[in-house]
Design a binder for this molecule. Structure first.
Ligand code: 6GU
Length: 253
């Protein structure tokens, strides 16, 4: 797939593009990333891409013309159509967007072309938004611009592409089943008096599976009650929780 990132700050992407997951996906031919400098679409000697808002107020607003000319050029170059095109999606990054989730990452990973538009300043001219499919936010805090959000999204999509990761480990990790991931341990078996749970050294794969699932459930209930409330418990999961609440460790019969 191709990810096109429209930004006024192309320099912020240098080291990001050279990171291991992206490089691996690019080498495997699963991904290409293109950075488009919106400023190159602002004509004239000032090349101003922002202006003061109608109606007054502080700050600057991104102008329609440079953003939309950059978007149209990007679509033409990649053979993508506008909103509603099933193979491509145009996303404006904004703290006022809908929350970004693993589910969205999975749906973006199926696209041929993902276009990310980085917002800046106090926002964009409202006439830009209908040219995109959606607005997305990466969390309830305000960033100076959408560039970090574009990197977050590109990273989370790239690692889902076939061949990006060394092993096929994306199915068991946090969020994929609606739960946080269980705790992991490696050598040594005892570090500064802290021992690895005995069950993990038992070699009993079924016991280990149950213990991990139980730990996932307990962790999610404790630190993410919102996720836990949305999770539909299987019979086994209900049993494992009851057992834990009664003092068991998930390794019983
Ligand atoms: Cl996508 N952009 C900005 N500027 N701030 C954010 C955000 C995006 N998501 C959370 N905060």
């Amino acid at each position: 797939m191709k990810v096109s990132i429209l930004t006024m700050m192309p320099d912020l992407f240098g080291s990001f593009l050279n990171g291991p997951v992206l490089q691996r996906a690019v080498r495997k031919g699963a991904l290409s990333v293109e950075i488009i400098d919106i400023r190159e679409y602002a004509p004239g000697s000032f090349r101003h891409i922002d202006d003061s808002p109608f109606g007054g107020g502080a700050g600057m607003v991104m102008r329609c013309q440079p953003v939309l000319d950059a978007l149209r050029a990007c679509r033409k170059l990649n053979g993508s159509a506008g909103p509603g095109d099933p193979g491509s999606r145009t996303v404006i990054l904004s703290p006022a967007g809908t929350p970004y989730t693993q589910q969205k990452a999975r749906s973006y990973a199926k696209l041929d072309h993902l276009i990310l538009i980085c917002g800046h300043y106090e926002g964009m001219d409202a006439r830009i938004y209908p040219h995109a499919d959606e607005q997305v936010s990466i969390g309830d805090y305000v960033l100076t611009g959408g560039e970090l959000a574009a990197q977050v999204i590109t990273d989370s999509v790239a690692r889902l592409l076939p061949g990006s990761l060394r092993d096929a480990s994306t199915e068991e990790e946090s969020f994929e089943n609606g739960l946080l991931e269980y705790p992991q341990y490696t050598q040594p078996a005892v570090y500064e008096g802290a021992a690895v749970p005995e069950v993990l050294r038992s070699g009993d794969h079924e016991k280990i599976r149950r213990w991990r699932l139980q730990q996932s459930l307990l962790l999610t209930r404790r630190v993410r009650p919102d996720l836990f409330a949305r999770h539909v418990l299987t019979d086994e999961e209900r049993r494992l929780l009851e057992e834990a609440d009664a003092g068991g460790d998930g390794t019983g019969p």
